[in-house]
Design a protein around this ligand. Structure first.
Ligand SMILES: [Zn+2]
Length: 590
């Protein structure tokens, strides 16, 4: 599926976002905006807003945002072309598919072929499990593991025969294109002789669905001690391991309802929890959790609970994942189940209520890391110093300063160390980081920077809402004085667009390729600009202010270096020089 750009603009210009969103959210008008309860996070008072004249939505609670197409994608968990088709249908816009170029057509053909083959093979595996005499062993195995018939049916579990060419024959019978068959990873080329053989043999088969309910790949598990225990399809044009989560196609609606999602490691963990009514769950399937996974999940639930085995491997996997969650700024808890349990064994033994009770006591990431560190180093004097060294690396990753000081306090109390000493350590760590622009040392500079951020945000809002100011902003070269890289990049993109075109915000939005940028644009576009004021005057003073503050900061630094040199405070001097270099480096990157 490919939607030509002019069709996308037709859809955006014809559709009405209030009309579309009203189908899934009750909207009430208040001032210039419509408000309703956000479908992307759980809330009791409406912070989800829709603006009809700008044709955007933005949630003040979870900062979801975008245009009508991003809404449909996020709400239904579907791809861009599907969302475009859906809205087009509503407004009777026809999409012809003739405009596809040959390379694109080839790619689409390949992908469709792969999905079709996977679906056929899924049916084959499923029938072998359910109906054939060959499947008895597999049926018994699943029964013994407590997997119900309903679950087998819903997730289309299957069985791959203990044979070398059963899928090879299916492929031959269906006359599947050889390229598609080989790329699917279901069969492999023989090395010694001509021909192919099945990849999956004598295994319980788990089809892996994408969020659009299409079979993207398979996982297979042995029923005895044979190795490898698990085997998955290789990466294919339709199976991207760093983006697919097992079970999300069924779990997504429950993740939205509950406002959080459990992340487990394996097929049986997932199926067992699901069967016991804990349906807001996904599994990562042995591959490490990626930023993409987390970003995809953020579309369904703002909070995540990592459920890991309590063994050493589980804990180190949890530690690896935590970094990603912190980077993505997600509210994350870590649930380590008591005893030697994994989620499957725990919920099977103790049931849904016990699991929920246990989950309600899940630790925050910091509590978890602290506990692991204490278990590793002990609470002797040296142990506590090591713990402090461990923890400072995590603490600086927390963006929210209020939250950080809470944790610093907690850490100081647990270790029975003076809070100031802990802060000192964290500060050192901060200053040593090469990518850190913010130093805790100079309060004035920090305040200036916060102000810069605010003004830079204002400027982006202004460009979106009053595109007539863009030319002035462009001429002033003010962007190179921006502190925030992110805002600078956004502003650059906005400037590159034609401000005279109708529906400017809609156009800008359509040109933002990734979700995060769309959300930012929606939040800045949502801010209202008072039309009484002379907008050009406002633009001028904003430009001047940004440039002045930035220059002042540099002067302050230079003066400090001079006075530090006089007083021969070498440590401070080093620090300041480093800072100046950073700022210069920022400029030179322009
Ligand atoms: Zn929200």
């Amino acid at each position: 599926m490919y939607i030509p750009e002019e069709k996308v603009s037709e859809i955006l210009n014809t559709s009405d976002i209030v009309d579309v969103i009203s189908e899934s959210v009750i909207l009430k008008k208040s001032g210039r905006n419509f408000f309703g309860l956000c479908p992307f996070h759980s809330e009791k008072t409406p912070s989800f807003s829709v603006n009809a004249s700008k044709q955007i939505f933005h949630c003040f609670g979870c900062s979801a945002g975008g245009n009508v197409l991003s809404y449909i994608m996020k709400y239904h968990g579907i791809s861009f072309p599907e969302a475009a088709k859906m809205v087009a249908r509503k407004y009777n816009i026809t999409i012809e598919s003739e405009t596809i170029n040959p390379a694109k057509r080839k790619e689409i053909h390949l992908k469709e072929g792969l999905f079709r083959l996977n679906k056929t093979v899924m049916g084959f595996y499923f029938d072998e499990l359910k109906k054939s005499s060959n499947g008895v062993k597999a049926r018994n195995y699943l029964k013994q593991r407590g997997i119900s018939d309903d679950i087998i049916q819903q997730f289309k579990l299957g069985f791959s025969l203990d044979a070398w060419e059963s899928i090879v024959q299916v492929i031959r019978k269906q006359k599947v294109d050889r390229n598609i068959a080989v790329q699917s990873g279901l069969i492999l080329e023989r090395k010694q002789e001509k021909g192919y053989y099945d990849r999956f043999r004598n295994r319980i088969m788990f089809p892996i669905f994408d969020v659009n309910m299409q079979v993207a790949g398979f996982g297979g598990r042995v029923m005895d001690d044979a190795m490898p225990k698990y085997m998955n399809s290789p990466e294919t044009p339709i199976y991207n391991k760093s983006r697919i989560l097992y079970g999300l196609h069924e779990a997504k609606q429950y993740c939205r309802q509950k406002g959080f999602v459990y992340i487990v490691e394996g097929y049986f963990d997932f199926l067992s929890l699901y069967q016991h009514g804990i349906k807001n769950t996904v599994a990562t399937l042995g591959t490490a959790l990626t930023s993409d996974h987390v970003r995809i999940l953020k579309g369904y639930a703002p909070k995540m609970v990592l459920v890991f085995d309590s063994d050493a491997a589980g804990i180190s996997a949890a530690k690896r994942s935590i970094k990603i969650f912190m980077k993505e700024g997600v509210d994350t808890r870590v649930l380590v189940l008591p005893g030697d349990n994994d989620p499957d064994s725990y919920v099977t033994k103790h049931g849904q209520d016990a699991f929920n009770t246990c989950a309600s006591k899940a630790k925050t990431v910091m509590q978890f890391l602290l506990q692991v560190s204490i278990e590793t180093h002990g609470l002797s004097v040296e142990g506590r110093i090591r713990i402090l060294n461990d923890m400072k690396q995590h603490l600086i990753l927390i963006q929210d300063t209020a939250l950080r000081s809470l944790y610093v306090k907690e850490l100081a109390e647990t270790l029975n160390i003076d809070e100031k000493a802990v802060l000192e350590k964290v500060r050192d760590q901060y200053l040593n980081r090469s990518d850190k622009r913010l130093s805790l040392m100079d309060e004035n500079i920090n305040e200036d920077m916060l102000e810069s951020d605010r003004r830079e945000e204002q400027m982006v809002s202004m460009m979106l809402n009053r595109p007539e100011t863009i030319e002035k902003i462009k001429d002033s070269d003010v962007l190179k004085y921006f502190y925030s890289e992110k805002l600078k990049q956004l502003a650059k993109k906005i400037i590159s667009m034609d401000p005279k075109k109708e529906a400017f915000i809609t156009n800008v939005m359509a040109n933002m390729k990734n979700n995060e940028d769309q959300e930012l644009i929606a939040s800045y576009a949502m801010k209202d600009f008072d039309s009484e004021q002379d907008v050009h005057q406002t633009a001028r003073s904003l430009i001047n202010r940004i440039i002045r503050v930035r220059k002042k900061q540099e002067n302050t630094l230079t003066n400090k270096i001079i006075s530090a040199e006089k007083g021969s405070d070498s440590e401070v001097m080093e620090l300041l020089k480093q800072k100046q270099a950073e700022i210069q480096q920022l400029h030179s990157r322009l």
